[in-house]
Design a protein around this ligand. Structure first.
Ligand code: 13P
Ligand code: SF4
Length: 383
């Protein structure tokens, strides 16, 4: 069964999962190990840092969005990828692993990219759809010169939005190369439309010295012109989109202030999907990989408050007993869609791959993949 860009699970698949549900952890673990052994190097399991420990233990390689995309682009050995992450990540891996030159080198054979649970989406990615972005572009064209406007989509977006960027000379970015992507854009055009995460865009542009007054916020639900006055658009440099990550919006400025009172010498590091008021109070901000690196490289005994997803923070606590690690917020916030990937779904997907009956294959439709590839290749070239 192959699923295009939709994330709706087919009833037949739900039914097929039933026999796996009563299985305990020990049995699931040994069955996954057996299926992995049977496939050997033909199978590549990629795991995002937000995956739960039991799942990440099975990943051959783990990383942030940028690293996982480049791993999918560069692996020449594997015959199948299981992506322990969310839907947009699997789409990106499919586009890169099955790009035309790779297909030609394999005599047309595709590398299936499997997302163990099709319900593993991203609420931020869902905050901009292609119709809204096309409509925004058309309305902007009534006020500003869109020939001098470059679209940037955060990788947390559908393949259709990446294809839109590819068609309009634009680029995809991740949290680890957002600044480089905006600089790349300004070397070509004088204005940027950045979707769907307002916070990553605002935080990055502010760090580049662009004032808030030149960053109007486009609301795709407003009746016209994104709820903005024409002047706000003519004076703009980076047009933001009303989108946010519901996990990272939990972190508040008062969490940083409370930590600082308790540990004046401590360090605060947050993901750039957090709101501006949090990022500007933190010592550092960066992608999941940058957060891990900062903790790894700090002198032992450093007190850290970390503002990102709970599974990653807990893993850092466990893997770095030489550091004092605290979760920045007072309420737990884990990414519930990342959490959907569990041992039950992983076992079901790797056993089916080993049996030659893959389930939950994410395959982006060719026209969309062509446009998206252009913008993704630019992303991989810009760091
Ligand atoms: P990274 O690219 O930093 O891993 O972030 C992915 C993500 O979804 C953060 O919410
Ligand atoms: Fe999407 Fe936020 Fe989850 Fe990242 S943490 S996958 S941005 S919902």
């Amino acid at each position: 069964m192959t699923v295009s860009t939709s994330s709706a699970p087919a009833p037949r698949l739900k039914y097929e999962l039933e026999p796996y549900k009563p299985l305990g952890e020990a049995e699931l673990t040994s069955r996954i190990e057996r299926a992995k052994r049977a496939m050997g190097s033909r199978l590549l399991i990629l795991g995002h840092h937000y995956q739960q420990d039991k799942v990440i233990a099975f990943s051959d390689l783990r990383g942030d969005s940028y690293k996982l995309a480049s791993l999918a682009a560069s692996d020449e050995q594997c015959e199948a990828i299981v992506f322990c992450g969310v839907h947009f990540m699997a789409e990106t891996a499919d586009i890169l692993a099955n790009r035309p030159e790779r297909l030609a080198a394999r005599d047309g054979r595709r590398v299936p990219v499997v997302l163990p649970d099709l319900d593993a989406g991203c609420s931020l990615a869902d905050m901009a759809d292609i119709d809204q972005v096309e409509e925004c572009w058309a309305q902007l064209g009534e006020v500003i010169d869109t020939a001098d406007l470059l679209p940037i989509t955060y990788v947390n977006s559908s393949a259709a939005l990446k294809a839109f960027c590819g068609r309009h000379g634009g680029i995809v970015c991740t949290s680890s190369n957002a600044r480089a992507a905006i600089e790349w854009a300004f070397a070509r055009r004088s204005r940027v439309l950045f979707f769907p995460d307002q916070h990553l865009a605002r935080n990055t542009a502010l760090a580049m010295g662009i004032p808030l007054e030149q960053m109007p916020l486009w609301n795709p639900h407003a009746r016209e012109l994104g709820g903005l006055e024409p002047d706000a658009l003519t004076q703009s440099r980076v047009i933001l989109w009303t989108g946010h990550c519901s996990v990272h919006q939990v972190f508040r400025p008062e969490h940083v202030e409370r930590f600082r009172k308790k540990f004046p010498e401590g360090r605060v590091i947050v993901h750039p999907e957090c709101m501006m008021e949090v990022v500007e109070r933190a010592d550092l901000s960066g992608s999941t990989a940058a957060i891990i690196q900062a903790v790894e490289q700090a002198p032992p005994g450093t007190h850290w408050a970390i503002g990102t997803e709970l599974n990653l923070v807990n893993r850092l606590k466990h893997e770095h007993p030489e550091q004092h690690i605290y979760f920045l917020a007072d309420v737990a916030c884990l990414c519930t869609t990342m959490y959907r990937i569990d041992l039950t779904h992983l076992c079901w997907s790797v056993e089916n791959l080993a049996a030659g009956t893959p389930v939950n294959v994410i395959e982006v439709e060719p026209e969309t993949a062509r446009g998206a590839l252009l913008a993704l290749q630019r992303m991989l070239e810009v760091r």
